[in-house]
Ligand binder design. Sequence first.
Ligand code: NIG
Ligand code: FE
Length: 419
Amino acid sequence: MNGNLIIKNAAELVTCSGFKAKKGQEMSDLQVIHDGAIVIEKGIITKTGKTEEALSGLNASRFDLVDASGKAVLPGFIDAHTHFVFGGYRAEEFSWRLRGDSYMDIMKRGGGILSTVEATRRATKNDLIECGKKRLDSMLSFGVTTVEGKSGYGLDHDTEIKQLEVMKELDASHPVDIVRTFLGAHAVPEAYRYNPDGFIEYLISEVLPDISKWKLAEICDVFCEKGVFSVEQSKRLLEHAKFLGLKLKLHADEMAPLGGAELAAELGALSADHLLYASDKGIQEIARAGVVATLLPGTAFSLKEPYARARFMIDNGCAVALATDFNPGSCYSESIPLMFALATLYMGMTPEETVTAYTLNAAAALGRSDTIGSLDVGKAGDVVVLEFPSYLYIPYHIGVNSVEKTIKRGEIVFDRSVN
Ligand code: NIG
Ligand code: FE
């Protein structure tokens, strides 16, 4: 176990080659090598190409070997938007939504996010680590090698920090890499019910400084939404976070066209996420500003909302990423194949575009397209091997996992073929 690995004879080596987000038509270009091989040394990719040429002159005895005959090999998937550290569940709320209650109505009654806040405040760090580990194990089995995780179920100094510390510990102990995002502005807590401006000031003066000082998060996010945080409140918080050196993301235009996409473009955010109701102007502005549109089909599906306009976005030159939004409320699913199926069947994306969206563009949505997201020399050896010969099987095998092996920095960390 030294991170030295050769994968050879791949029916398709889907490299997704590139070091920055692919926009518009570029998203269709997967740079596939047939009968491909990849060489990983000490966890880093050192060679890719046709099997014969990639392996010539190599002392194969120094390497572990995977024969990928009849199989497709892709970059590890990157789930660039999740809320995977939380206490409690909201199965009852799901049944209320089936009955016709809306997500926002449940939230206004003190349910929804606020009920998970209660449960997360009560949970010990160990409780959260234990649940978090199980969730990461499941993600790994779906081929996820990097995940973004948000706080936002604390809404107070100590619990927000507890969530971020849990992710830091999980990052150190689990093969899946975790990118930590501070989402203190996820809902208005009961104590600030009539004073959301005061809550934003509290986050700026009491919480953000410690998060920045202790390097607990790289990114700051906000739920910029009608009835939650306004464009002005979101801007105030995000500008301060940017000043402290954090990168930015927004939950934007998820339930109403509020102008979150426009704000993401104005602030130069890494990504604007959800965008179900984003305006034409907002979409054109994020395309121009190079903000990744991170789309979350599972949430639209689960909330029975219209899907984000992926086709229109790509045709207008956007870089689109896909993610699960895994969380206990609006989308309790970490299923990668479900997202591929929804994006292709209901959002007008081609299989090629969905692969780019889950790899290179997802890396860009996390500010990491220089180190992960494609099978390029110099990047981390994070790879998935499918049990089928083509990436086309991912959306085609609807909602079922096609991943045989997940490889993290040259080590096999999930292998269905040995079970
Ligand atoms: O991305 N919209 C806000 N946040 C999450 C849902 C969180 C929850 O319901 O617990 C989302 O949909
Ligand atoms: Fe979310």
